[in-house]
Design a protein around this ligand. Structure first.
Ligand code: FAD
Ligand code: NAP
Length: 335
């Protein structure tokens, strides 16, 4: 295991912000991670997967631990389901593709989400009407405090909308080592999301399959979202706010066409709509801006610093708050 000092993290965050880690090391097994935790016991520790949901605003003190635990395997199956396990350092999309090629149903709507499988439960990743919690079985994680491994069931993870126990009560206390998903042999497709249904129609697909839905999702995402390999970004910068029905009625008086969706804990208003109404769609200040096709995505056109991006996000929060009385919450993890 090589340990690097003053390690440049610009290649390990999809915003491509230039900051350094005081120390940096990769681990490929539980044992390697346990050794690193012992070695750096008195230092701050930050685990990093693909860096696609972080914004670095300063150099990182302590050690950045890069997860490279690999391996995908079927660990159990019965008549209805297959349990598929992946090392936390596997690329998420490769994991999804593995399941798609085996014709296992459950992950296809989550195709092409960047990052690692280990980070997926962190914010209960979701897209096109599906969240990982819908198929999640269990994970194993290392407790940084005592270097022991613990198993978390679906319930233990306390999944919510872009939330889990690892983002809240247990923040920075556990390193996720592997995850297991329970996938269906007989598909029950979810095409409730409008754009998926429309695209299936546009592509003339009448016979639904795991592969067809995955292809459609990949097509929609490629057309609408900026590729981090080309333009720095971390996906949706803010969560969609949940409001009370009374707030929706108040908004509808001034904005009769406000879009909304019923959600488990309230009414979901698309943050992208609020941001667009404030004139930010395609708006740019120096090297930071809101993406022209999806204003919820803040982009780094070149050499923006983490602070530049953070300040730009503050401006959006303030403007939306002033106009609509709704306070946007960041989805991206800021360090
Ligand atoms: P990182 O950015 O490396 O880490 C994110 C957080 O998780 C950090 O706090 C980190 O410390 C922690 N962490 C990482 N790995 C571990 C681990 N093994 N154990 C404990 N903690 C860990 N998200 C969605 O939900 N839906 C989408 O549709 C979606 N689309 C996106 C599209 C684009 C173009 C981009 C750039 C991002 C998108 N995202 C989306 C956000 C992001 O891809 C996901 O949140 C992804 O799961 C992050 O994975 P990562 O490995 O890059 O995490
Ligand atoms: P979109 O289709 O333009 O829709 C805008 C918003 O409306 C979405 O955020 C979505 O909420 C909500 N929505 C749309 N149709 C819905 C329905 N039938 N039921 C419930 N909610 C609905 O969104 P987009 O930006 O192109 O993203 C497409 C999907 O990919 C979304 O699910 C989005 O969450 C996901 N995505 C996430 C990230 C990220 O970084 N987190 C980045 C890119 C895309 P939800 O977000 O709750 O689905």
């Amino acid at each position: 295991m090589e340990i690097h000092k003053d390690f440049d993290l610009s290649g390990l965050n999809t915003f491509r912000v230039k900051v350094a880690a005081e120390y940096f090391a990769s681990f490929s097994s539980i044992q390697e991670l346990q050794n690193l935790i012992e070695q750096f016991h008195s230092k701050n520790k930050l685990v990093l997967g693909g860096g696609s949901n972080v914004l670095f605003t300063k150099n990182i003190s302590g050690v950045v631990l890069h997860n490279r635990i690999k391996g995908i395997e079927i660990i159990k199956e019965d008549e209805e389901f297959v349990w598929l396990k992946a090392g936390a350092g596997e690329n998420w999309h490769q994991f999804v593709m593995y399941s798609v090629h085996q014709n296992l149903e459950g992950l296809e709507n989550l195709s092409l989400i960047p990052g690692s499988t280990g980070a997926a439960p962190m914010q209960n990743i979701g897209a096109y009407g599906v969240e990982i919690k819908d198929v999640f079985s269990e994970l194993q994680a290392l407790n940084i405090a005592d270097n022991t491994v613990r198993t978390f069931s679906n319930e233990d993870c306390r999944f919510g909308y872009r939330e889990s126990i690892f983002k809240n009560q247990l923040k920075h206390q556990f390193v996720i080592l592997n995850i297991t998903c329970r996938l269906r042999k007989q598909p029950e497709f979810n095409i409730s999301y409008g754009t998926v249904e429309k695209e299936l129609e546009a592509m003339g697909i009448k016979q639904l399959s795991v592969k067809a839905i995955s292809d459609v999702v990949i097509r929609i995402r490629t057309a609408k979202l900026p590729d981090p390999a080309v333009i720095g970004n971390a996906g949706s910068f803010f969560k969609n706010p949940l409001v009370q029905i009374s707030k929706l009625h108040e908004l509808q008086k001034d904005f009769p066409s406000v879009p909304f969706y019923n959600a488990a804990n309230g009414i979901k208003i698309p943050a992208a709509w609020l941001i667009e109404q404030c004139g930010f769609k395609g708006y740019r200040e120096g090297d930071v801006g809101c993406y022209q096709f999806q204003p919820l995505v803040i982009v780094n056109y070149g050499n923006a610093s983490g602070i530049d991006i953070f300040e730009f996000s503050e401006k959006i929060i303030d403007t939306v708050k002033e106009r609509f009385g709704i306070e946007l919450q960041r989805e991206v993890n800021v360090y």
